[in-house]
Design a binder for this molecule. Structure first.
Ligand code: 4NP
Length: 152
């Protein structure tokens, strides 16, 4: 089993979308996908209703997901840890115990060399359009990630 963790700040907007999108592109008998937030604000919460709606419009159900906080043992559980922005990156890297841990952490948009700004914008204070933009950025990166994982 190859395991992949998606990480944002609250684990209610961006990482639940990344989690649902990547899961939809990988066979579940070989890959395990999960998500977490660096903060504890939304532990136990459902994803934001706008993330649920944008996923649903694209045929993906994320409504059963529940927020949880990133923990140091996630470095042991997961092979790949994709973070949404530089702030998430710094917060996760601070918890790394060694270079083996830190080598697992990447900005999710780094998988596409054509994208200049490597931060997935936080849509929490935005509109549904911002969530649609986040969805398209994540769908593009998850296409590349799933191809790389399946071919490796
Ligand atoms: P996320 O968005 O990190 O994409 O889940 C946020 C959700 C909640 C908050 C911030 C960002 N918050 O401050 O509660």
């Amino acid at each position: 089993m190859v395991s992949i963790l998606m990480v944002c700040l609250g684990n209610i907007c961006r990482s639940p979308l990344a989690h649902g999108i990547l899961e939809s592109k990988l066979p579940s008998d070989k890959f395990y996908v999960d998500s977490a937030g660096t903060a504890n604000y939304h532990v136990g919460d459902s994803p934001d209703h706008r993330s649920i709606a944008v996923a649903k419009a694209n045929g993906i159900n994320i409504s059963h997901q529940r927020g949880r906080q990133f923990k140091v043992s996630d470095f042991d559980t997961f092979d790949h840890i994709f973070v949404m922005d530089q702030s998430n990156f710094e917060n996760v890297i601070k918890l790394a115990r060694n270079t083996h841990d830190s080598s697992k952490v990447k900005l999710i948009l780094e998988v596409d060399p054509h994208i200049k700004d490597k931060n997935v914008p936080d849509p929490y204070y935005g509109t549904i359009k911002d969530f649609e933009h986040v969805y398209s950025l994540l769908d593009n990166s998850c296409n590349i990630i799933s191809k790389n994982l399946i071919n490796n």
